[in-house]
Design a protein around this ligand. Structure first.
Ligand code: ZN
Ligand code: ZN
Length: 291
């Protein structure tokens, strides 16, 4: 069975409604992200991607070597659905007061002419900054915003592909690594769940996998003397784990202390203040901050 995490538009609306009340600083951002996440989830339900096949022989080598199932360049993308989503995202972003609005406006007027979306989508998958550098310079726009729009457009395909691939993980022993068993990317969030269980969530394909409770996913240390966490009394559902060895941090949701539906991409957005705090304390992350 394919492991799927289905979130309906109603789930996202409900989660946003609660967050508007408890995190008023994010109200404006939530307007954009509510639309973005709802559209991404409904796009994911509509796209049709041929599942990636991995032979038994390939799979046994990957398991033995602790290699992820694929690398990010191998994700299958529904190009037409991604292009449609790109236009939708630009339109939604032009209506916000955020800095990304100016970039979105310029992109809207170049969509038919100068913009090679397929190359940009490939650039995201291959981790190639070149096409973003070039397009941002040519159009006079923010490179990071362009990359965020491009990634957000292919995200439904990437997530669906990861769900399809997760069947192969059922045959493996628990992965326990700090990188994603599907695509090898670093985690964006960690979750503390019932009975001391901990999971990590991939910053690229959003696959969730169980790990041991005390360890740094970035350098693998298990030394509890150098692994710390901070949290705020007002936000008991969040912890930020820091590592003195590699100076990285990971935002963590303690689901026992969260009396609401947890939609991880939304939690990532409304915890930007924790990214700032961790950065101020001298810790860095391995994923781009939300826009
Ligand atoms: Zn992944
Ligand atoms: Zn570390």
């Amino acid at each position: 069975m394919v492991e799927t995490t289905v979130f309906t538009s109603d789930d996202i609306k409900k989660a946003v409604k609660v967050l508007r009340e408890i995190r008023p600083a994010y109200v404006e951002m939530l307007e954009f992200y509510e639309q973005l996440f709802m559209t991404q989830e409904s796009s994911k339900n509509q796209i049709d991607i041929e599942p990636i096949r991995i032979s038994d022989q390939e799979l046994s080598i990957k398991i033995k070597e602790k290699f992820p199932l694929i690398n990010s360049a191998e994700f299958a993308i529904d190009i037409e659905a991604s292009k449609k989503l790109f236009v939708f995202i630009c339109e939604a972003a032009t209506k916000t007061k955020a800095a990304m609005s100016a970039t979105a406006g310029k992109l809207m007027s170049s969509i038919d002419a100068a913009l090679d979306l397929e190359t940009l989508f490939a650039g995201i998958l291959e981790g190639d900054d070149g096409p973003f550098e070039k397009t941002a310079k040519a159009l006079g726009i923010e490179k990071n915003v362009l990359a965020f729009f491009a990634y957000s457009s292919i995200k439904p395909s990437v997530m669906l592909c990861a769900e399809q691939l997760s069947v192969y993980l059922k045959q493996q022993d628990p992965w326990q690594q700090g990188y994603c068993p599907v695509c090898g990317t670093s985690p964006v969030l960690s979750m503390l769940e019932a009975e001391g269980a901990r999971s990590l969530i991939c910053s690229f394909c959003w696959h969730k996998w169980p790990v041991k409770r005390v360890f740094c996913p970035y350098c693998n240390t298990t030394d509890s003397n150098i692994l710390h966490y901070f949290f705020s009394e007002n936000e008991k559902e969040y912890r930020v784990y820091t590592c003195e060895n590699c100076k990285k941090y990971i935002k963590t949701i303690d689901t026992k202390n969260a009396e609401r539906l947890i939609y991880p991409p939304l939690e990532h957005v409304v915890t930007m203040h924790l990214d700032m705090k961790a950065n101020e304390m001298g810790f860095s992350s391995e994923y781009p901050a939300p826009q």
